[in-house]
Write a new protein. Structure first.
Length: 383
């Protein structure tokens, strides 16, 4: 069991992660649409300075599709990438519009589709693309059990919508567009969120509230979005498919679960605190000198205070691929993926959740700036 590894993240991962929709990161809508039966009928705009898959409110369902490109010559492969990005731009813009062309999407109102497209570090290096200098694959972590068939990829697409039907059709259309332009599908993965009351935090499969605090606009400009220049409206996505021993964790007494997380399962408040969104006091001690939030608690080890205040924008999903394979699709956005590495190294070494977690797939992608109305995703990659 000791080989099971930690969840991740800047502000935290399972219980103390960065999932609530706020500020500029989600656009002008402050409420999360994932739990609303009365979501506006208007489509989520595809075009804009930043991709809607990062800025729009988090939705109840997601689908990842990763593609690989052929390996011929740098010149030919750059042309193929241009074609793939053009095909994805057209397909995603049409599917997200008020009048999607596919008849299967025309009877239930707009799809409410939001999406993002990212470039993997291996492709960026091979084709010498203009990407942020920090973009790189993650280093290996002890006891990872990564399946290369379910991770990495040259081009990564994430689709989000309010229902599975829209996602299924959109993924089919996106796959056909990319394949016709020369890409091959590498892997796919679906995920979901529970129904929650508007404004409340959803729970993960451990029963913990997952997504308590996101960086505000100023912090996001510093830690999430690229610096001024060609990458200003881009970011980096770190994706990890994490198997969770749900039954094993549920068998622990509630107090032990709370101490492993560093938060109360009942209301999500940090140990020693009174409210979910209260900042965890990782230095508070009991009369006997022990930490109120234990030294091995997930929340403590993932605290931004140990990382110079650096924060990630996290919006993860649960997955269920059968009774023996359930867990978390960890998704976090940051300017520099080394930030994730620093947090994960702390978690790997000491996290009390390690016996109940195993990282089984991984990917990193540069999430491109958005496309203008008459433009294409990735126009600055080839400068």
């Amino acid at each position: 069991m000791g080989r099971r590894r930690a969840l991740l993240a800047g502000g935290a991962v399972l219980a103390a992660g960065l999932g609530a929709a706020t500020g500029e990161l989600v656009g002008s809508a402050g409420a999360d649409v994932r739990a609303s039966d009365d979501a506006p009928a208007a489509p989520i705009p595809f075009h804009g300075a930043r991709q809607a898959g990062v800025t729009a409110p988090q939705q109840p369902a997601t689908q990842f599709v990763a593609f690989d490109l052929p390996r011929t010559s740098a010149v030919a492969d750059r042309d193929t990438l241009r074609g793939v990005l053009g095909a994805l731009t057209r397909s995603l813009a049409a599917t997200a519009s008020a009048a999607p062309p596919d008849a299967r999407l025309q009877d239930g109102g707009t799809t409410r589709l939001s999406s993002l497209v990212g470039i993997g570090p291996a492709l960026a290096a091979r084709l010498r693309l203009r990407v942020p200098p920090p973009l790189a694959a993650l280093p290996p972590f002890p006891d990872d059990r990564l399946d290369p068939r379910r991770g990495d990829g040259d081009v990564l697409v994430q689709l989000c919508a309010a229902d599975r039907w829209s996602l299924t059709v959109a993924a089919e259309l996106v796959g056909a567009a990319a394949n016709s332009a020369g890409a091959t599908t590498r892997w796919t993965q679906s995920g979901f969120l529970p129904r929650t009351a508007p404004g409340s935090t959803p729970r993960n499969l451990f029963g913990s509230k997952d997504g308590t605090a996101n960086p505000d606009r100023a912090a996001a400009d510093r830690w999430v979005w690229g610096p001024p220049g060609p990458h200003r409206n881009g970011t980096v996505l770190v994706y990890r498919r994490i198997h969770m021993d749900v039954a094993g964790f549920a068998a622990l007494p509630e107090g032990d679960r709370d101490r492993a997380m560093g938060r109360r399962t009942r209301d999500g408040a940090p140990l020693g605190g009174t409210a979910e969104h209260e900042e965890p006091d990782i230095y508070a001690k009991n009369p006997n000198g022990s930490y109120v939030i234990p030294a091995t608690a997930h929340v403590r080890l993932a605290s931004p205070r140990f990382d110079g205040g650096a924060r990630m924008f996290r919006r993860s999903y649960s997955y269920d691929d059968g009774p023996t394979d359930r867990g978390l699709l960890f998704c976090a956005f940051m300017r520099d993926p080394h930030q994730f590495t620093r947090v994960q190294e702390r978690l790997t070494a000491r996290d009390a959740l390690n016996p109940f977690l195993e990282h089984r797939a991984s990917a990193v992608a540069y999430v491109l700036p958005g496309a203008p109305e008459s433009g294409t995703l990735g126009e600055r990659l080839f400068g």
